[in-house]
Design a protein around this ligand. Structure first.
Ligand SMILES: CC(C)(COP(=O)(O)OP(=O)(O)OC[C@H]1O[C@@H](n2cnc3c(N)ncnc32)[C@H](O)[C@@H]1OP(=O)(O)O)[C@@H](O)C(=O)NCCC(=O)NCCS
Length: 157
């Protein structure tokens, strides 16, 4: 498996990840290639959208790291990063999420980001455990959601 920056040719593969999550009942939003392109791969606010690719070229998962801009839908403080992680259920618990975050963390550092926020459904035990394992900590809990924050301190890196 390698992790690299996503490009426009990955829209179908990223859509495939989202579609598999939808089928597994782990997602309720759009999953088509156009959404994958506009919302993740080519989002103008992106810092990095990275994909984890298996030896046979299959996209196993992806991670989106974006700048929190004024008026962002999450109410994330401007200047922070906003992260989202999606791994195919068939590729879960193989270290894909961990590999993706190593790359996103480096990208956040490179972009001068000091904090990253993740929004996880309050009933999404897998997602909550994953972000805790990556070093995120709960700091606010809007209705039905747990917002976890990762602090990029100098000591870390
Ligand atoms: C949450 C998610 C991103 C984890 O990705 P993953 O590739 O399976 O995670 P990894 O294999 O890299 O696991 C990293 C660590 O997270 C924790 N973790 C991940 N999945 C876990 C699970 N099902 N149960 C317990 N711990 C889990 C573990 O600490 C794990 O480390 P370990 O395997 O050394 O014990 C993936 O399951 C997913 O895409 N879920 C659906 C979408 C989602 O919920 N996204 C995040 C919230 S929006």
């Amino acid at each position: 498996m390698i992790v690299r920056e996503a490009n426009v040719d990955d829209a179908d593969g990223v859509s495939g990840v989202l579609t598999e999550l939808l089928a597994a009942g782990k997602r309720s939003k759009a999953s088509d290639p156009g959404f994958a392109l506009n919302h993740y791969i080519a989002d103008p606010d992106r810092i990095l959208c990275s994909v984890a690719v298996d030896d046979d070229g299959t996209i196993l998962g992806f991670q989106s790291l974006k700048h929190a801009r004024e008026g962002n839908p999450y109410g994330t403080p401007v200047g922070w990063g906003i992260i989202g992680t999606h791994v195919r259920p068939t590729a879960a618990r193989r270290g894909v999420g961990r590999a993706l975050f190593a790359v996103s963390e480096a990208a956040a550092r490179g972009a001068g980001i000091e904090k990253i926020e993740a929004f996880i459904g309050a009933n999404n035990a897998q997602g909550l455990t994953y972000y805790e394992a990556m070093g995120f900590r709960t700091y606010r809990e809007p209705e039905g959601v747990v917002a976890k924050m990762f602090v990029l301190s100098d000591e870390r890196g």
